[in-house]
Each structure stands twice: as C-alpha cells, then as structure tokens.
Design a protein around this ligand. Sequence first.
Ligand SMILES: NC(=O)c1ccc[n+]([C@@H]2O[C@H](COP(=O)([O-])OP(=O)(O)OC[C@H]3O[C@@H](n4cnc5c(N)ncnc54)[C@H](OP(=O)(O)O)[C@@H]3O)[C@@H](O)[C@H]2O)c1
Length: 256
Amino acid sequence: MYALITGASKGIGKEIAVELAKKKYDLLLVARSASQLEDVANEIKGKYSVKVHFLAADLSIPDAARTVHKWVEQNEYQVSVLVNNAGYGSAGNFDRFTVEQNRDMMNLNMITLTEMCQVFLPMLKRHSQAYIMNIASSTAYQALPQMAIYAATKVFVLNFSRALKFELKDSPVSVTCICPGATDTNFNDRASIPEKARKAAEKVAMTPEEVAKISVDAMLAGKTEVIPGFINKLGAFLAWLAPKSITEKVAAGIYE
Ligand SMILES: NC(=O)c1ccc[n+]([C@@H]2O[C@H](COP(=O)([O-])OP(=O)(O)OC[C@H]3O[C@@H](n4cnc5c(N)ncnc54)[C@H](OP(=O)(O)O)[C@@H]3O)[C@@H](O)[C@H]2O)c1
C-alpha cells in the first residue's frame, strides 16, 4: 500500500515520508527536484526497507494533479494515503508580485491540492481505510499583511479539508488538516522572509521531524484539525480572541 506525498524532497514533506516509512508504508514522492527526490528515496529505502518511487513534477502548472494520477495509474500503484504538503509563501506587498507569480502560488497551494483530492478519491475509497492529509498553516487563523495571498490560501486549505472530512464521514476516507507554525525548513528562504520575522520565528520554531511525527500520528488517529505545538495552539487562540485590527497590526509589524 502506497502513501503519496507532495513536496517530499525536503522539509516537512520529507520527514512525513520518513514517518510513514517507519510505519512500513511504501512511498510515492513528488516535487520538482529529481536529484533531491532521488537522494531522499535512496536514504529511505536504505533505512526502512520499503518501496520508494518518485516523480519530478511542477505542481503549480495546470492539470498537474492529472499528471500525477496518470503516473500512479500507469504503474498500478495503490494509494491509500494522500499527503498534500507542497506549498510556499512569498513575503512582500501583494502588488509587488506579478499576476503570474501570485497565480503560481495559488495554483500550488490551493488548486492542485484540491484536484489531487478529487482525482485520487475514487482510488482512496476502494480501500477499507484511507487517509488524506492536507498541510495548511497557523496563518489560516488570521489575515497576514505582507503574506496576504499565502495566508488566504491556507484559510482555503483548512476550510476545504474540514468540509471534505464531513462529506466523507460515512466513507473509508479520513481527512486531516495540519496547521503548523514556524518550522525550521527551507520555507523562509523561498519566501524571502525579512530578518526581523525570521528572528521572531526562530525562538518558537519546531523541527520538521517534530511536526511530521505529530501530523502522521494525528492523521492515523483520524483527527480533523491539528495545530502542532503548544505555542502555536496558544497563538491561534489569541488570534481568535483579539480584535482583528490588533492581530493584523502585530503581524504586519513583524514583517516590516
Ligand atoms: N516551514 C514553515 O514555517 C511552515 C509553517 C506553516 C506551514 N508550512 C507549510 O508546510 C508545507 C511544507 O513546507 P516546508 O516548510 O517543508 O518548506 P520547504 O522546505 O520549502 O519544502 C517545500 C516542498 O514543496 C516542494 N515544492 C515547492 N514548490 C513546488 C512545486 N511548484 N511543485 C512541486 N513541489 C514543490 C519542494 O520541492 P522542490 O523545491 O524540489 O519542488 C519541497 O519538497 C507547505 O505547504 C508550507 O506552506 C510551513
């Protein structure tokens, strides 16, 4: 039985792959970088004696989910776990980015994630028990000036996942949404997070290994929505409690 993980070449996705390999799932890894995927595949095969295959694909382009699904069908892999982890943010004012740059992020973080759920659902439903894990973010709990689109894509991921879980309650497919806070990965570099925000994040950042273990355990336990780490749970609670104008001002101040 295979677990398919997007964004598995590094960071949280790679560690989710490791956690699932520990539980003896065979793995299908997807990301853009073939060489990094190959390294991860060899490392996991060597340590955990599971089957690992990979596909190098850009999931921000239209119909990427269909491409992945076709690869799975052609090779007759049976997927019972789907982890939609690939995603990124970009720090800066909304209008600093081109239409294409903003669209690429929305495509990866929302459209491909949604279409992956759609094209893989029939296969997932054929198993007696199957799982979808969607990675959102603690930014799903408030508007985030300077990362306006990124945070909004994660609101989509969270609400879509919750509704899908409800719709699938009488099916064998369980849906779990994970909302990590700051995690020590390549995310900040790709997002060009400014120094002040990095310093603030460093103090509370979790390791990708910690986040992955909590995420996989929560998924297998059938949880709906999970915020890894006490500080991040507290942050989401305070964001809910405080007036929005204040949480937005505080967040914008960190990203200035
Ligand atoms: N780190 C944090 O602080 C944090 C906090 C909350 C939520 N998250 C979320 O956690 C998830 C994983 O991020 P991370 O922190 O592990 O970041 P990361 O270290 O940058 O890893 C991102 C992964 O996604 C893949 N990816 C990026 N663009 C892609 C594309 N167009 N097509 C296919 N794959 C692509 C990357 O591989 P390639 O570059 O090889 O394509 C990599 O495997 C994301 O959804 C992110 O929004 C992260």
